[in-house]
Design a binder for this molecule. Structure first.
Ligand SMILES: [Zn+2]
Length: 295
């Protein structure tokens, strides 16, 4: 008689995820953990995604995945209906009917080591990593190296313009690429990074004394004020592109600890932006250009 190893269940995957990303490490406003799915259901295949949207759900169905692990919460704010006539209710109905579980690891994965910004920093070649904003002492996430964002050193100094091109090359491909704010000739040796919308850490990047800070979703006024008050140069990538690298770390960890489960990673760009058109004859501005009288 041969014995067959039991197929891992949703509960087994949850236990493994919560060992790596304890839910108590999440911000108070965040909603992480199992969103839907029977804990006892078998899991043979997982799809890792940044966003749970109709396109990634369809990808999970096509791959015959039993579980989706997402970075962004599907349900962050309270709802009083999950009727299939609503956008999110439709997704919830589809997942439950197809018996596909959904799990979210969000800010608890941001602060972990390795976490979301470690994967981003590694893509850019940064070394000697430390958190941009260490987890508060005494908080559940407090611990060696844990916190939001990372600060590191580039393998060699680059101008801001070179760094923007480098980032656009090594980050996942998007329609938008990377834009930068500040003097294009500024030399960058130290770089802070934060996966996702990191404009609430602009002051931390300034306080850290880095040469530049790369994140996503930067806006006109905070960016302008930050630069005008002597802050580091800024690089703005797309939200998905800064968080997609973490999916590889997530999958690699699961493959190592749960070899009986096939773990796949979605490469579907879930950024809403699909077109980038450069203005005709728009050269990069340098600080020297700004000082020269224009004809
Ligand atoms: Zn995000």
């Amino acid at each position: 008689m041969s014995t067959t190893a039991a197929v891992p269940t949703v509960a087994d995957v949850v236990a493994e995820l919560e060992r790596r990303y304890p839910p108590t490490w999440a911000e108070e406003w965040d909603k992480v953990g199992l969103v839907l799915g029977e804990p006892g259901a078998p899991v043979r295949r997982i799809l890792c995604v940044v966003d749970v949207v109709p396109e990634t759900v369809a990808e999970a169905f096509a791959a015959r995945a039993d579980m989706i692990i997402a970075h962004h919460p599907l349900l962050l704010r309270g709802v009083s209906s999950v009727a299939p006539t609503t956008y999110k209710g439709r997704i919830i109905h589809q997942l439950i009917k197809a018996d596909v579980a959904l799990y979210v690891a969000h800010t608890n994965a941001d602060v972990a080591v390795p976490g979301v910004s470690d994967a981003l920093a590694h893509r850019l070649g940064l070394t000697d990593l430390r958190p941009l904003q260490p987890s508060r002492p005494g908080s559940p996430a407090a611990g060696e190296g844990r916190g939001v964002g990372r600060i590191g050193r580039l393998p060699q100094p680059l101008t801001l313009a070179e760094l923007a091109r480098h980032a656009a090359t090594v980050l996942p491909t998007t329609a938008i690429g990377v834009r930068a704010a500040g003097d294009p000739d500024r030399i960058v040796r130290t770089l802070a990074v934060c996966g996702g919308a990191g404009d609430s850490f602009l002051a931390d990047a300034t306080a850290a004394g880095v040469d530049a800070y790369l994140t996503a979703d930067l806006r006109h006024h905070p960016t302008g004020e930050h630069l005008a008050t002597g802050g580091p140069a800024l690089l703005d990538a797309t939200h998905w592109a800064t968080e997609r690298p973490w999916l590889d770390d997530l999958a690699t960890g699961l493959r190592a600890t749960m070899p009986d489960v096939e773990t796949l990673v979605s490469d579907l760009d879930t950024d809403p932006w699909t077109v980038h058109a450069a203005s005709p004859a728009a050269p990069e501005r340098s600080a020297a250009d700004d000082k020269e009288p224009r004809p």
